[in-house]
Write a protein that binds this ligand. Structure first.
Ligand code: ARG
Length: 472
């Protein structure tokens, strides 16, 4: 280690260490304040080290740098990894970002040889590969967490495949369904969400390293080697695109936003179902909080927060879209603003997915209350109309009209459809027989819906079996 190398560039009076050559004065404090990104891009340290290692090994095997220099660099990077992993790495604002912090530290540890690492590389392709690696991991984690959530839903759906509940349209009682069927609707949504992350991953899995500043490199680099060693399918095919594009992050954020939208819908249902007016489910103390003034309260805060997180996540997609809009090729510093919204969005999504999976496993339905609600609100009226079509060969529109009259009669009397006497039914339509009562219970209604994907417990079980196999 040389004497000079151990001094910070500010102490040397050279301005910034990495690019200070042509500068005679230090940047204004405000310039530094707006420019510095180490406070947030330190989260890319593992990716930055991985990229540097892959690059150094390639430079060695291509003979661009001497093996002895390359080995020194790799040993230095290993020490830096140690410092970063144990929390002893000295992060310094004067080195601006994670790339220059690590390179400056490398110079302190091994001396001027450190400067050879940046041969055939620019921070533009460096940050592009770091960020892509980070987003790729985030997409993988999200897909895995979605699958864990699906498994939690599947377990409850299997237990409650026959448990009746009201199905709603317009949040008005519509037709009886089963709780298992309702939960399985979310298994489908989250399955598509996971597949969106996998699709995004496949498209993003090209390596921008080696694009250098924007035009490629005059050194005999092997971009296929670095791509393969970082787990990419291939190198990106246009150097300008490589350093300018962040659509991989936009796509991941868009998948995150759609996932968050689905989570917020399920969260809203949990909020509704836990309110005593519904009383469909109970959460334990593990996923509720009390009130500091109202002793009776058990609030579903986790569900409410998940319902809200979509704001932050969709906000991040909007932020990055607006940052990227209208940027000329190739790299512009605007793109440094890609990280905070992306980190924030995935932090929020990850927490939401974990908390939702926890809440789903935690909940217990009140099956009696749900079943009672399933029969309320004349929810088997469609079954009556279908019976009239099937048994009396009525056109559906006529059957709909007759059923409407029956609902009106029951409503006037203050009873359910199944409480009307046969005489009362026959006063509306003389051909009705007592066979009609068999279709007027919620259980019969649900069991009759045997069409593929319908709510009949047998159909629900078939879908559960299919998903269990898919997720196994
Ligand atoms: N901190 C920068 C970023 O996040 C790294 C790339 C800087 N490149 C440059 N030419 N100044 O985008």
């Amino acid at each position: 280690m040389t004497d000079n190398a151990s001094k910070s560039p500010a102490a040397n009076g050279q301005g910034q260490a990495m690019w200070g050559g042509r500068f005679s004065a230090k940047p204004a404090e405000l310039m530094q304040a707006i420019n510095v990104s180490i406070g947030f891009d330190k989260r890319l340290w593992a990716q930055d080290l991985a990229g540097s290692r892959a690059h150094a090994r390639m430079l060695i095997s291509q003979g661009v740098i001497a093996s002895s220099d390359g080995e020194e660099i790799l040993e230095g990077l290993a020490k830096i990894e140690d410092e970063l992993a144990t929390g002893t790495f000295p992060f310094r604002d004067e080195y601006e970002d994670i790339h220059m912090n690590i390179e400056a530290r490398l110079r302190e540890l091994i001396g001027p040889t450190a400067g050879r690492l940046h041969t055939a590389r620019s921070r533009n392709d460096q940050v592009a590969v770091d960020f892509r690696l980070w987003v790729r991991d985030a997409a993988d984690r999200s897909a895995a967490q979605l699958e864990a959530l699906q498994k939690a839903l599947l377990a409850q759906a299997e237990t409650y495949a026959d448990a009746l509940m009201p199905g709603f349209t317009h949040l008005q009682p519509a037709q009886p369904v089963t709780f298992g069927h309702h939960l399985m609707a979310y298994v489908e949504m989250f399955g598509r969400d996971a597949s969106r992350f996998k699709d995004a991953r496949a498209r993003m899995n090209e390596c921008p390293l080696g694009a250098a500043a924007l035009a490629g490199s005059p050194f005999p680099i092997d971009r296929h080697q670095t791509a393969a060693s970082l787990g990419f399918d291939r190198p990106t095919a246009n150097s300008l695109d490589s350093v300018s594009s962040r659509d991989f992050a936009l796509e991941a954020l868009s998948a995150a936003s759609i996932t968050a939208t689905h989570l917020s819908r399920l969260a809203e249902e949990i909020v509704l179902w836990t309110t005593p007016m519904f009383g469909f489910i109970k959460l334990t103390d593990a996923f509720t909080t009390g009130s500091s003034i109202m002793p009776q309260k058990k609030n579903p805060d986790a569900a409410e927060l998940i319902r809200a997180k979509v704001g932050r996540i969709l906000g991040s997609l909007t932020t990055l879209t607006v940052v990227m809009k209208g940027l000329p090729l190739a790299y512009s510093k605007d793109m440094q603003e890609d990280k905070v919204p992306t980190f924030e969005a995935f932090d929020a999504l990850e927490l939401s997915l974990l908390a939702m999976a926890g809440m789903i496993a935690d909940l217990t339905p009140n099956t009696e209350k749900m079943a009672a609600a399933a029969g309320a609100g004349f929810s088997t009226a469609t079954d009556l109309a279908d019976w009239l079509v099937r048994e009396l060969n009525m056109p559906f529109r006529d059957a709909h009209h007759v059923t409407g009259s029956a609902v009106k009669a029951a409503e006037t009397k203050g009873v359910d459809l199944s409480d009307l006497s046969l005489a009362e039914f026959q006063a509306i339509e003389p051909r009705i027989t007592d066979g009609v009562y068999a279709v007027l219970t919620p259980a019969a209604s649900a069991a009759s819906r045997m069409s593929y994907g319908g709510t009949a417990p047998a159909q629900v079980r078939a879908q559960i079996a299919r998903w269990k196999e898919t997720l196994a």
